[in-house]
Ligand binder design. Structure first.
Ligand code: MN
Length: 320
């Protein structure tokens, strides 16, 4: 796509102060003509999947505002993602505020429409049920590997009797044949458990699980190697539940679990995943009502930029 068209860049904040104008993700152009888009960044203002404290429906607007400070070039990798392919803010999914199943279908349809135009999704949730729907929209690229940052495995069979929740989404995507569990890795898991066997669900599905305790004992380099080894060369998805971060750096979330990743840890980890074939991602569970300083949204916006850099490089590689 981008080789045939002039790429529209984010607003140049050397000319327009970054606090001026309507907030889009990372000052990206807001584009509705999807046939010109390579990577569509969008919001999913939806939190009916939550069982504890709500508010993630306000995540996309808070992350858009917090992303005003993001500049153009990755300081560690030198990647200038916006120049390499057409990245655009493609708006929000108009999720129904009462109809849970309807909203899940709307999210899937939104991603299917991106795919029909040859674009890849980078989603900002919304609660962590959203990957269930985004992954359904990526069926044409399945089976997918996954790098899943979270404090919880999200692989219960049912939660309060329901199959589609933020505690079941990853199992669902395996059962639906969209995720290849042998190429999925979950990192950062911690927190009090239901029955002491919470991670066994993921292991029985065939996923690789790196609890936060194991991360601490093997160290960052070894875990990076394990991620790369598990995911391999095939198409893969990144799901980032913001509660993977320690609550001191991400208090604004539905289910905070102490003792987690620092922002610096995940920056380095993500920057070390260049070369993985990332075809889609979500960053979820930012809950602005519990984020008085706005740091959760700032961190989420920066994680979005890091993941975008990976997606753009992968897109360029595929088009070569
Ligand atoms: Mn989660």
């Amino acid at each position: 796509v981008s080789s045939r068209r002039k790429i529209r860049l984010p607003v140049d904040s050397a000319e327009v102060p970054r606090y001026v104008g309507i907030a889009t993700f990372m000052h990206l152009p807001l584009m509705e003509e999807l046939d010109a888009v390579d990577i569509g960044v969008f919001g999913i203002p939806f939190d009916l999947g939550l069982a504890y404290r709500p508010g993630a429906r306000f995540g996309p607007s808070a992350v858009r505002e917090a992303s005003r400070l993001i500049r153009r070039v990755n300081p560690a990798t030198g990647v200038f993602p916006f120049a390499l392919c057409q990245v655009a803010d493609v708006g929000d999914v108009n999720c129904h505020p009462y109809d849970f199943d309807g909203a899940i279908a709307e999210i899937e349809a939104f991603v299917v429409r991106l795919r029909a135009n040859g674009a890849l999704p980078l989603a900002c949730g919304g609660d962590h049920v959203v990957p269930a729907a985004v992954l359904r929209g990526l069926r044409d690229l399945a089976p997918l590997g996954m790098v899943h940052f979270d404090s919880h495995p999200d692989t219960l069979d049912v939660f309060y009797g329901k199959k589609v929740t933020h505690a079941t989404a990853m199992r669902l995507a395996v059962e639906e044949g969209i995720l290849d569990p042998a190429r999925c890795i979950q990192v950062g898991l911690r927190g009090s458990q239901w029955d002491g066997k919470d991670y066994e669900n993921s292991v029985q599905l065939g996923m690789n699980v790196v609890s936060y305790d194991r991360y601490e004992s093997i160290g960052r380099e070894a875990m990076i190697a394990e991620i790369r080894d598990t995911v391999g060369d095939g198409p893969a998805y990144v799901s980032f539940d913001i509660d993977a971060l320690d609550p001191s750096e991400a208090p604004g979330t539905a289910v905070p679990e102490p003792g987690g990743f620092s922002m610096r840890d995940v920056q380095v980890i993500l920057r070390s995943l260049r070369g993985l074939n990332i075809v889609g991602a979500d960053i979820s569970e930012v809950s602005p009502p519990y984020d008085p300083t706005g740091i959760t949204a700032v961190n989420a916006a920066n994680l979005m930029f890091e993941i975008l850099c990976l997606m753009v490089e992968a897109d360029v590689t595929r088009r070569r």
